[in-house]
Design a binder for this molecule. Structure first.
Ligand code: 5GP
Ligand code: ZN
Length: 142
C-alpha cells in the first residue's frame, strides 16, 4: 500500500507535526493516507487544508497513491462544505513552489468554500491572449 522508500516525515515541517498530533489543529476529516484540518488564516468560512500523512514537498514530488487519496479527500470535503456550510461553490487550490505562492512545503490542497458575493477574486485579469504565444507554449508542452 505505502512505499517504504518514500519520505515519512520532515522533523521541521509544521504539517508533519499536525499529522503526528504534536501541534494543535482543528481536524475535520482523516483516513489512512490523509488528514484535513482548518486553515489558521481562512480565506472564507470553512477554509480547510487536506494533506497526505507522508511528507511530500509539492505536486511534482508526491506519489500517485497519496495524490489520489488527497484529491479524493478534498472532493469529500468539498461536498461537505456545500452540504453543511451552505457554500455556493468551492475552489480547490494547490500552490507548487514559491513562485506559485507555496509557503508550507508539505503538499496540501486548499478547500475554499465560496459564497455568492464573497470578496475573493481571480488572481489574474482574463484578457484575450496572443495567439502565437499560446501556440508556442502549446508546442513546448506537446
Ligand atoms: P500555501 O501558502 O503553502 O499554499 O498554504 C499554506 C497554508 O497553511 C496557508 O493558508 C496558511 O494559513 C496555513 N497555515 C500555516 N501555518 C499553519 C498552522 O500552523 N496551522 C494551520 N491550521 N494552518 C496553517
Ligand atoms: Zn511535512
Amino acid at each position: 500500500m505505502t512505499d517504504p522508500s518514500s519520505p515519512q516525515r520532515d522533523p521541521d515541517c509544521i504539517f508533519c507535526k499536525i499529522v503526528a498530533g504534536e501541534l494543535p489543529a482543528t481536524i475535520v476529516d482523516q483516513d489512512d493516507r490523509t488528514v484535513a484540518f482548518m486553515d489558521i488564516s481562512p480565506a472564507t468560512r470553512g477554509h480547510a487544508l487536506v494533506v497526505p500523512r507522508r511528507h511530500w514537498h509539492n505536486l511534482l514530488e508526491i506519489a500517485p497513491d497519496d495524490l489520489r487519496a488527497t484529491v479524493l479527500a478534498a472532493q469529500r470535503l468539498a461536498a461537505r462544505v456545500v452540504e453543511r456550510l451552505g457554500a455556493d461553490g468551492v475552489n480547490l487550490l494547490n500552490s507548487c513552489g514559491p513562485a506559485a505562492w507555496q509557503t508550507v512545503f508539505h503538499f496540501h490542497v486548499h478547500v475554499i468554500p465560496r459564497y455568492d458575493g464573497d470578496p475573493l477574486r481571480l488572481p489574474w485579469t482574463p484578457a484575450e491572449g496572443d495567439k502565437q504565444e499560446i501556440e508556442a507554449a502549446a508546442a513546448a508542452l506537446r
